[in-house]
Design a protein around this ligand. Structure first.
Ligand code: F3S
Ligand code: F3S
Length: 109
């Protein structure tokens, strides 16, 4: 299952955590939702592959600890999504399609 590119319509924003928007539902530690808006990572799909962190030319992502999540205990958090230049590398390299980037989504101000 890939990240839902229409999550803004299909989910409710539940505030912010680790400096990015949180799109529910969430039920931590097992269910963490989608994180970020312009650059969005589905934390419930991310397996901590790390390709997005390695390949992003402007270092949008940072590891965040997610202890006891069933897929991985760290996740790629799009902390610097406002720096994104829409190169789409992260979308292409993620092996589980956990990332979606949409220049039309404004994201965190
Ligand atoms: Fe980086 Fe992905 Fe944007 S690789 S520049 S966060 S499209
Ligand atoms: Fe996670 Fe995919 Fe990045 S699995 S760490 S979002 S490449």
């Amino acid at each position: 299952m890939a990240i839902d590119p229409n999550f803004e319509e299909n989910r409710d924003q539940e505030g912010q955590e680790h400096d990015v928007d949180v799109w529910g539902p969430t039920d931590p530690p097992e269910e963490l939702g989608i994180r970020g808006t312009h650059v969005a990572v589905d934390f419930d799909i991310c397996i901590a592959d790390g390709a997005c962190l390695e390949d992003c030319p402007v270092d949008v992502f940072e590891w965040v600890d997610t202890p006891d999540h069933p897929e991985s205990e760290i996740k790629a958090n799009p902390t610097q999504e406002d720096q994104c230049i829409d190169c789409m590398l992260c979308v292409d390299v993620c092996p589980v399609d956990a990332v979606d980037v949409d220049p039309g989504r404004a994201g965190r101000i």
